[in-house]
Design a protein around this ligand. Sequence first.
Ligand code: BTN
Length: 329
Amino acid sequence: MPASDLVILREALAAEPGFVSGAALARKLGISRVAVWQHMEKLRTQGFVFEAVKSRGYRLAARPAGLHATLIEAHLKARARDIPITVLDTVDSTNDEAARQLAGGRAAPFVIFARRQTRGRGRLGRAWHSEANGNLYASFAFRPRLTPARLATFTLWMGANLCELVANFCQVAPGLKWPNDLLFDGRKVGGMLTEARVDADQVRDLVFGLGLNVNSPASAFPGELGRRATSLAVRTGAALDFNRFAAALVGRVRLVYAQFLDGDHLDRFADLWNRYDVLRGKPVAVLQGTHRIAGTAAGIDDAGSLIVRDDRGRSHRFTAGEVTLEKAG
Ligand code: BTN
């Protein structure tokens, strides 16, 4: 996509709900007004509608609803414009694609979005339902200089920030279920899958994958999933501006990744975790292999392990495992 299209979209978005003048665009791009119009014609074929009003200029009257790389870039805040964004129509798994590109030597960071995945994966080898139904499938690729031990709280930190991003964007806050689920009233709205390749005592590279049910209707989830999953649109009753949300996501992930590397996120992490943790104080059961411990969730420790107190007052810590919320009483 030529840079001129990006500039036109940025200027049109910045002028919203007002108009941007054709002359100003031509000056900014160093091209003629006819050439500006030609770019707009091309954008029209991609679902953008520019309303033209004499002596006022152009206004963006409609835009594509689905994922659009240039529109995401146009929405990006200046400080987040250093992350290359790739939008794929179909891929096996954005995590796998990011890992392949890292292994092939691509410079990090970068982010891969896909409209649809044919082999979307979740934790514990589960499949992640990934139809082209208005939901978000994204993977962020990094090469952090960290020891593997430092990664223990990475997904938790990202998840707490994603809850806040959604809360700010949608005015409804999801909860975070240790270690990687975003929930609304017990129904899953998103899941995270962090995968690292490690050399001895150093992380070689890291892929942070996010599946977030954004605009799908309730009917998009087949069978049993229909009872366990929801989407932001179902929850708020309105479709989200997908590309604006995707840009906000890129900006937030980029910022909080840097804070995580610096290690200056700890106070804020405790704060966010306490705000969004849906397990604290609730009766839970944790399954680790065939080992099952029941008790009351009591937050996380500094290493991100889940603390569960059993009915004899003993504390158990879990670095991994499957948590279910039990019925109280
Ligand atoms: C889970 O809840 O178990 C984690 C689900 C993670 C799904 C996302 S979708 C984008 C990325 N690509 C994948 O194959 N998985 C993650």
